[in-house]
Ligand binder design. Structure first.
Ligand SMILES: *Cc1c(COP(=O)(O)O)cnc(C)c1O
Length: 220
């Protein structure tokens, strides 16, 4: 068993079975993904459209690809055809573009709305007021080719576990409130290498883990 495979098994063994692990493979080579696939890890996350499309073309079609990064409207067309779930929908304009491209491709596209829960201004997403207004606006009718599966958020990068927990709690609360109105709401994407345990305690059912599986990223 390789190190990557051991890391995945260790995480799978410690998380509850209702929590889905998305292995964040950004910056890592195809070989790393193949090792993970060998032990039946089928869900992978990427945050750049170009890297995502290149990997999707060259790797087995049985992979479920998650677009977890910031997505620009003009790049939607490159991924609608194959993407499994778009996590970072942070503008209504993006929702509109995904709906249009999905329609053209005769597809339904699964998305998560991203909420800005961190006390940092570097992270994308709707604030509470915006996300409530959007969710109250009958999205299913406005964007019939988009399936709103739930919400996604990133906590502040801090050692303060209470703060992280409070941020995740806020997102979980909104998720629970709107679940009643959105029949397809089943995914709450929160938690990364440093905070996925807290996220699960706070109601996450999808974690996005990179470094704890593949090691440190080299951006050169
Ligand atoms: C890179 C990234 C992750 C994974 O981060 P790690 O700390 O390496 O686990 C998760 N979510 C998003 C949105 C990311 O961009």
């Amino acid at each position: 068993m390789t190190e990557i495979q051991e890391n995945i098994q260790k995480i799978i063994a410690e998380i509850p079975s209702h929590v889905q692990l998305v292995a964040v493979s950004k910056t890592h080579p195809n070989q790393a993904i193949i090792e993970a696939l060998e032990i039946n890890q089928f869900h992978f996350g990427e945050n750049k459209v170009q890297e995502l499309t290149q990997k999707a073309e060259s790797l087995p079609k049985k992979i479920f690809w998650h677009m977890i990064g910031h997505l620009q409207s003009n790049k939607v067309k490159y991924i609608v055809d194959f993407v499994h779930l778009v996590h970072g929908v942070d503008k209504e304009k993006l929702l509109k573009e995904i709906d249009k491209r999905a329609d053209q491709n005769h597809k339904k596209v699964n998305i998560l709305l991203q909420m800005h829960i961190a006390k940092e201004d570097t992270k994308f997403g709707f604030d509470t007021t915006e996300i409530r207004a959007l969710l109250d606006s009958d999205l299913a009718n406005k964007y019939p080719n988009v399936i709103v599966k739930g919400l996604m958020g990133m906590a502040t990068f801090t050692e303060n576990k209470l703060q992280i927990a409070a941020e995740f709690k806020e997102l979980h609360k909104i998720f629970e409130q709107y679940k009643t109105y959105y029949p397809n709401f089943d995914t709450l994407s929160m938690g990364m290498s440093n905070d996925y345990k807290i996220a699960i305690d706070e109601g996450s059912n999808l974690i996005r883990v990179g470094s704890n599986i593949f090691g440190n990223r080299n951006y050169n």
